[in-house]
Design a protein around this ligand. Structure first.
Ligand SMILES: [Zn+2]
Length: 91
């Protein structure tokens, strides 16, 4: 499930904009979301990425998945149409 940006909050629920995402598998999911106050107290040396760039990457990945599914569906539709023609001609 994809949350809306405004529904996301840092682990300490500071209710201020999210700035960065930490790539640290030892942190819990919401602990990886950092606001400026969380960043001041960040003990992890995890690689960080700006939240805006992270959102762009997620959106690009979703678009690619959508296009991939769409391609599979179109191939199946064409195959069904071909089979339908063959079936129709034989009758
Ligand atoms: Zn915070």
């Amino acid at each position: 499930m994809i949350e809306k940006e405004e529904e996301l909050h840092c682990s300490l629920k500071h209710k201020i904009p999210i700035l960065m995402v930490a790539f640290d598998t030892t942190l819990k999911r919401n602990e990886r979301i950092l606001c400026c106050q969380c960043m001041e107290n960040l003990g992890s040396k995890a690689q960080l990425m700006s939240f805006k760039k992270f959102v762009v990457i997620i959106e690009e990945n979703q678009k690619l998945k959508y296009e991939s599914v769409e391609n599979v569906i179109m191939i199946r539709i064409k195959r069904i149409e071909e089979l339908n023609k063959i079936f129709f001609i034989k009758i």
